[in-house]
Design a protein around this ligand. Structure first.
Ligand SMILES: [Zn+2]
Length: 474
C-alpha cells in the first residue's frame, strides 16, 4: 500500500513547503508551489536538515514522494542532485548503507578496477555530491561512459541522479536511438530500420552498432575485414561548433559483433546484399558493407529515388535533364506510353498483357540505347517530357501497368532497372559509388556531411549550445 505524502512526519517545515497537500499537478501557478519557500531549497545544509528529519521514520514510498515533490518544484539540477543524494545517504540499502566510509571507498575502487559498473555506481551513490564529483573527475572518458551506463542500469531514480548529473556536467552522455523509414527505391517499397547506441565524451561521440551475424551452414563471415571497410569508410568526420571552433568532438562509428540490436544473415556467393543479408563472396564488399551499415544507423538510399524523395533525402539540387534533346525525348516518351498502355483483351490472362507491354518497353530501351537503373541527361528529359504530355508520372505508369510477374525470371530487378532509368541516383556511399568511376559527377568523399549531420546534432542537443556541424578532417 502506498502511503500518502500526508504521513511524512515533517513538522512545520513541511507544512510551510506545502507538502501536506499530497500529490497533484505542480506548475508555477500551483498554489502549493507558491507556498513553497524556494530560497530555503537553495541552502544545502537546510535541505539536508529537512530530509534528515523526514527520513528516519518515513517509509520508502513516502521518502521518494517527498524527494520527487521537492524536485518538481525546485526545477534546478544542482538542487535536484543534492536532494536525491541527501536521500540516498539516509536510506542507502545494501552494501553502501552498512559500510564505513573507508570500506565504501575501497569497495567502489575495487568495483571500478574490475569493471563492475553497476556496483561501482551503487557504492558511489553513498557519498555526498562533493565526494562523488571528486571521484568522477579521476575517471577516464571511457570509464565515465561505463559508469554512466552502470548507474542507469543498477540505480533507480533518484539515486542515480547525482552521478548522472555529475557525469553530464563533465561532458558525458549516453543514449539509444532507433530511427526507421519506409522508402521507395526503383519502384519497390523497402523499410529502413536503424538502431544504435551513442556515447558522448568530452572528445567524441561514439556510435556503437551491434550486429549479430547469422551465417548459413559452412559460411564464415569475414567480420574483421567487413568492420575494417566500415570504419575506414565512415570515420572521417568531427563535429565542430561553428560559433566556437575550438569545441570539437570526433564522430566515431564502432561496429560490434553482438546480439540485441541487428540480425544480419550471411550467405555464400555474390548476390545482391541488403541490410539483413550479406554475401561472403561479394565482389564489391568494400562499398556494399559500408552502404548497408549506413542503413543500420538509419540512412535512406540515394539511388533510384523519385525527384521528391531525392531532394528530401539529399537536400541537393536535382541533376538536370538535357533540354537540347527535347525532340528525341518527346519521341521516347511517346513510345514508352504506347508500350505501357498496350491493351489487355478480355479473353487473355492479365500477365499475358503485362508480358506484351514489357517486351514493348524492352524494344524502346534497345532502339534508343537507354541505360538501365541509372538516369542520364536524356532519360531525365524523357521523364520531364512524359509528365508534360500525359500529366502523369512515367515511373508511376510503369509500376501500375506492369504490375505482375509475367513468369520470366528477374521480374523484380527488370522493373527496378526500367523505373530507375527515370529516377535519381548519386555516387555517394548511400547511392552507387560505382557511378563515380563511370564519370557521373563525383563527390569529394562517398560519406557526405549530410550522412553524419545527425550525430553532430546529438552533440549540440546534449550541450544545449552552439551550432555543431560535421567536417571531414581525418
Ligand atoms: Zn541500400
Amino acid at each position: 500500500m502506498e502511503k500518502s505524502a500526508e504521513e511524512v512526519p515533517l513538522g512545520r517545515a513541511s507544512e510551510k513547503a506545502g507538502l501536506s497537500r499530497g500529490k497533484g499537478p505542480t506548475s508555477s501557478a500551483d498554489s502549493s508551489t507558491e507556498s513553497l519557500n524556494l530560497p530555503f531549497l537553495t541552502e544545502p545544509t537546510q535541505v539536508r536538515a529537512v530530509l534528515g528529519a523526514a527520513t528516519p521514520r518515513a517509509a520508502p514510498p513516502a521518502r521518494v514522494a517527498l524527494v520527487q515533490r521537492l524536485q518538481s518544484v525546485a526545477g534546478n539540477l544542482a538542487v535536484t542532485a543534492l536532494l536525491s543524494n541527501a536521500a540516498n545517504v539516509q536510506r542507502q540499502g545494501g552494501a553502501a548503507a552498512t559500510a564505513t566510509p573507508t570500506s565504501l571507498d575501497a569497495q567502489y575502487v575495487a568495483a571500478i578496477a574490475q569493471g563492475r559498473w553497476g556496483q561501482a555506481a551503487t557504492y558511489l551513490s553513498g557519498f555526498d555530491n562533493t565526494q562523488i564529483m571528486a571521484r568522477l573527475r579521476r575517471l577516464s572518458n571511457a570509464q565515465r561512459v561505463d559508469l554512466y551506463e552502470g548507474a542507469e542500469a543498477a540505480l533507480g531514480y533518484p539515486r542515480r541522479m547525482p552521478i548522472i548529473v555529475g557525469l553530464r556536467f563533465l561532458g558525458v552522455a549516453v543514449g539509444h536511438e532507433a530511427p526507421s523509414a519506409e522508402e521507395n527505391v526503383g519502384g519497390w517499397e523497402y523499410g529502413v530500420r536503424g538502431a544504435y547506441d551513442y556515447r558522448i565524451t568530452p572528445v567524441s561521440i561514439e556510435v556503437r552498432v551491434k550486429i549479430n551475424f547469422v551465417p548459413d551452414a559452412g559460411v564464415t563471415p569475414p567480420v574483421s575485414t567487413w568492420f575494417g571497410y566500415i570504419t575506414s569508410m565512415w570515420n572521417h568526420y568531427t563535429a565542430v561548433d561553428q560559433s566556437n571552433r575550438s569545441q570539437k568532438r570526433r564522430i566515431h562509428f564502432t561496429p560490434i559483433q553482438g546480439t540485441g540490436m541487428h540480425t544480419v544473415n550471411v550467405h555464400a556467393g555474390d548476390q545482391r546484399a541488403d541490410a539483413a543479408n550479406l554475401y561472403v563472396g561479394d565482389s564489391r564488399a568494400s562499398s556494399t558493407i559500408p552502404h548497408e551499415f549506413g542503413h543500420l544507423v538509419g540512412l535512406e538510399d540515394e539511388y533510384e529515388r523519385t525527384a521528391g524523395d531525392y531532394a528530401r533525402v539529399t537536400g541537393e539540387a536535382l541533376p538536370a535533364g538535357d533540354t537540347s534533346q527535347a525532340p528525341a525525348a518527346r519521341t521516347i516518351a511517346t513510345e514508352m506510353h504506347e508500350a505501357l498502355f498496350k491493351e489487355e483483351h478480355w479473353y487473355e490472362r492479365h500477365r499475358t498483357a503485362v508480358r506484351r507491354r514489357k517486351e514493348a518497353v524492352n524494344a524502346v530501351f534497345s532502339n534508343h540505347s537507354l541505360p538501365k537503373n541509372y538516369s542520364n541527361a536524356i532519360t531525365r528529359q524523357v521523364a520531364t517530357m512524359y509528365r508534360v504530355i500525359y500529366s502523369g508520372s512515367l515511373n508511376g505508369h510503369i509500376v501500375d501497368q506492369i504490375d505482375a510477374d509475367s513468369g520470366d525470371s528477374h521480374f523484380h530487378d527488370w522493373r527496378e532497372g526500367v523505373v530507375g532509368a527515370f529516377e535519381y541516383t548519386n555516387a555517394s556511399i548511400m547511392g552507387n559509388v560505382q557511378l563515380a568511376a563511370a564519370g557521373t559527377p563525383e563527390h569529394d568523399h562517398p560519406v557526405q556531411p549530410r550522412h553524419v549531420r545527425h550525430f553532430a546534432r546529438l552533440v549540440q542537443d546534449f550541450l544545449g549550445r552552439g551550432n555543431w556541424q560535421p567536417e571531414a578532417d581525418h
